[in-house]
Design a protein around this ligand. Structure first.
Ligand SMILES: Cc1ncc(COP(=O)(O)O)c(C=O)c1O
Length: 477
């Protein structure tokens, strides 16, 4: 954001009111009436002092006061900004009528200080320099300068080739470039997978609790979703069989076998075999979402269902770079048998002609030169330590409230309460400044009481995890 150089505002100090507080009040009212928007740059203290004919220390003191209150944020060597997490316009009666120096937002909007994500990675760890170089190379390569217009809707070929090699070594998949479709995040692949398998009145079985955005994608593609319970061993395959036998409209099952979303459990070997048998017997398409495969900390690697079954079965395997890099980098992919992949590619072309070529070229380069692998190794080591750190914090300070099984992998801990409703906890936590997702978020039936939290630990360092757990406990006191 460009630094603002001037800001004309009126200051009217009340009787015996220090001038810096009067200035702070004026800035708040400019934020509240929407003139200064969240994220807007403020002038430097010297420049504002010159504009307003004030001493620079006065402006400094006002900025400091507003930063302490959460209205402003200072970014080292960049300047001072209106806090980004304020609602767009917080016009309040208090501002219209006078002093308003206590709370930075209106009373209905809690100020969130920290967030347990649902399992996002820490974008601060990204190899940004390598990325920037790869982007530059991509934009100047002949691949782009001479072929940078429309290209293959299935994705750039070199990316698919490098991805095929990566998936072969890392996950045991035997898939060549022609078996892969690059999408904008796996969200698009979820939609396309459903589009490729549905017929009129098709139902797709999904894990319950599970991933709500997958349900949205399937519904948007025209399918109905049917919940199958999940327990300590993953999706209940007996319950799935009962459903398939009863309902021949059930054409596919969507699951997250590596680290079940949200409960984190890994689907056991016996259930994997039974699931593959079921798929064969009932001609069921398996949509395997392997969204955070790189993060396995304990035990031996568990290969995807796709690696076990080869091409015998209709499995649509989905992956994403959202957990490995950052969700804002929109690259996902699908590996599927040729007839399904062809349909998915046609649907993709209909809604989005092709992917982002420079991004695909850059990623292809980073896969080929080993940057992605090195980053995965580094991120895995850091998240492993963060998982253990959070587990210890929970053991030490939340034992009386609930329990959890240490997840063998992934970026979150599923913390089950001994009693009480996690939704109520989450609301109290928000009032203390902590955002945390209660189990109800992952239920098909949102009215069910939530008995657990999904505590994503990867975006928080040790100091932030400590503070977040303190806020969670505080919200209960
Ligand atoms: C279960 C699951 N699948 C897939 C994804 C990745 O989605 P995308 O690749 O669209 O960012 C996520 C991200 O949160 C997820 O939780």
């Amino acid at each position: 954001m460009r630094k603002s150089t001037a800001l004309a505002i009126e200051i009217s100090a009340r009787e015996r009111e220090p001038i810096f507080l009067a200035l702070a009040r004026s800035i708040i009212s400019e934020i509240e009436r929407g003139r200064l928007k969240p994220g807007a740059a403020l002038p430097g203290t010297r420049s504002l002092a010159q504009t307003l004919k004030l001493n620079r220390n006065t402006v400094d003191a006002a900025y400091h006061e507003l930063t302490m209150q959460g209205w402003l944020a200072t970014e080292p060597s960049r300047g001072t900004f209106v806090a980004r997490d304020l609602p767009e316009v917080v016009k309040s009666d208090a501002a219209a009528h006078g002093l308003h120096l206590q709370a930075p937002v209106n009373s209905n909007v809690p100020r969130i200080l920290l967030k347990f994500s649902d399992g996002a990675p820490d974008a601060r760890l990204l190899p940004t320099a390598a990325f920037a170089q790869a982007f530059r190379r991509a934009l100047t390569s002949t691949n782009f300068t001479h072929g940078g217009s429309y290209s293959d809707p299935a994705g750039n070929k070199s990316l698919r080739e490098n991805l095929s090699a990566y998936l072969n070594v890392e996950r045991g998949l035997i898939a060549s470039a022609k078996d892969i479709l690059i999408t904008r995040g796996s969200q698009m692949a979820l939609f396309l997978a459903a589009k490729a398998v549905i017929e009129p009145d098709t139902k797709i079985a999904v894990e319950q609790p599970g991933y709500p955005l997958a349900w949205s994608a399937f519904r948007a593609a025209g399918a109905q979703v049917v919940g199958v319970p999940v327990d300590e061993g993953g999706i209940d395959v007996d319950a799935l069989e009962t459903l398939v036998k009863r309902d021949r409209q059930l054409k596919a099952v969507y699951l997250t076998p590596h680290h079940q979303y949200p409960t984190t459990v890994t689907l056991g070997a016996a259930r994997r075999l039974r699931l593959l048998e079921l798929a064969k017997r009932y001609n069921l398409v398996i949509i395997e979402d392997d969204y955070d495969n790189e993060y396995r900390y304990d035990g031996r690697p568990v290969l995807p269902l796709m690696a076990r079954s080869g091409t015998e079965l209709p499995i649509i395997y989905l992956g994403s770079f959202s957990k490995l890099l950052a969700p804002g980098i929109r690259i996902g992919y699908a590996v599927a048998p040729p007839d399904i992949l062809r349909k998915m590619t046609l649907h993709r072309e209909a809604i989005d002609r092709q992917g982002d070529l420079p991004l695909e070229l850059a990623l292809s380069d980073l896969l080929a030169d080993g940057t992605i692998k090195r980053h995965a190794r580094k991120a895995r080591r850091i998240y492993h330590a963060r998982r253990d750190f959070l587990a210890e914090l929970l053991d030490n300070s939340l034992k009386e409230y609930g329990q959890f099984s240490l997840p063998a992998g992934g970026l979150a801990i599923w913390f089950k309460l001994n009693q009480g409703d996690a939704k109520g906890w989450a609301e109290c936590a928000a009032r203390s400044g902590l955002s945390v997702l209660p189990g109800s978020h992952f239920e098909l039936d949102k009215t069910r009481p939530a008995e657990a939290f999904r505590l994503g630990f990867a975006t928080l360092n040790e100091a932030e995890l400590t503070r977040a757990v303190q806020l969670l406990i505080k919200s209960q006191q």
